[in-house]
Design a binder for this molecule. Structure first.
Ligand code: FMC
Length: 289
């Protein structure tokens, strides 16, 4: 039988048996992602181009050059019309894909929130079959639970706080509480804080949300984490959630103002944290995390 085309070949050249080779980073906002795109020297996959074909070309070049050290495999293109963006590249022993839901077609702002996050996560898992997902982003923090501005948290659990369905069992489905993939060695090595993450589709917090967040026992609050976790679990892909605190939810400053004032400086802290994490992941197996 003829050998399969390069894009169908297994990642035989992965650094060590069982080592993590493909990492998918899911982020919501361009401002959060740009420093990481630069740091990892990722390049943008043009929306209109056939990703499959382009990667086959890249691969055959790589195979010619170095007997295939890296597979740049991303076997399905994003569908036409989706605003999702993808940056990719090799960093040390890893193939990285950094994806974002992109800009809203009508308003031109980052498509933050659960719907877009779930969609782009779904499409990216189908396309790249990552070994590991990192959902990185900003979050609000509760000072009553020990959060401060610029803290970096690894979420131990995720849940929703705005899916109220007061019917038995549907209520629990709505909350959707789940444990995240435990990464004790990342925590030990990188000294991040640990806390539960609560996700909802609003930046602000009404009293019903507050009650739900308290009952979720959350230390941090975002707009994507539990949605990414839902999709990652559906396809049995380990996912870790690294969140940097831009605003103190139970403080005295208006959330939107505090968020915008701190976004750039906190994003810098997030990028340092994600870089350290990716450096740690290099050459490790999932079970080493
Ligand atoms: N509440 C909810 N989300 C956020 C937050 C807060 N106090 N601070 N920062 C965020 C994150 C969300 O996940 C969004 O991606 C973005 O920042 C705010 O639109």
């Amino acid at each position: 039988m003829a050998p399969p085309p390069p894009s169908e070949q297994p990642d035989a050249a992965a650094p060590g048996a069982g080592a993590i080779s493909r990492v998918l980073i899911v982020m919501a906002m361009e401002k959060e992602a740009t420093p990481l795109v630069n740091k990892f020297k990722l390049v943008e996959a043009p929306a209109s181009e056939s990703i499959l074909l382009r990667h086959q070309n890249e691969l055959s070049k790589l195979y010619r050059l170095s007997a295939g050290v890296h597979s740049a495999r991303f076997t399905t293109r994003f569908p036409k019309g989706a605003p999702w963006t993808r940056f990719y590249g090799c960093y040390k022993d890893l193939h990285l894909d950094l994806v974002m839901p992109g800009k809203d077609a009508v308003f031109g702002v980052d498509s933050v929130g659960t719907v877009s996050a779930a969609l782009v996560t779904y499409a990216s898992i189908q396309a790249s079959k990552p070994d590991l997902i990192i959902n990185a982003g900003t979050a609000g923090g509760f000072k009553a639970k020990g959060a401060s501005i610029k803290d970096i948290f690894l979420a131990s659990d995720v849940a929703f706080h705005d899916r109220r369905i007061p019917i038995p069992v549907f209520d629990m489905y709505g909350i959707g509480a789940r444990k995240t993939f435990a990464a004790p060695n990342i925590l030990k090595e990188l000294n991040f804080k640990v806390g539960k993450l609560s996700t909802g589709d609003s930046l602000d917090m009404c009293s019903e949300d507050e009650e739900a967040i308290l009952s979720n026992d959350a230390t941090i609050k975002d707009m994507e984490g539990a949605a990414v976790a839902y999709v990652a679990d559906m396809f049995s892909t380990p996912a870790i959630f690294v969140k940097a605190v831009t605003d103190i939810v139970d403080g005295d400053k208006p959330t939107a103002e505090e968020f915008l004032n701190n976004l750039i400086s906190v994003t810098a802290a997030l990028d340092v944290a994600v870089t350290k994490m990716v450096d740690f992941i290099c050459g490790k197996r999932i079970s080493d995390l």
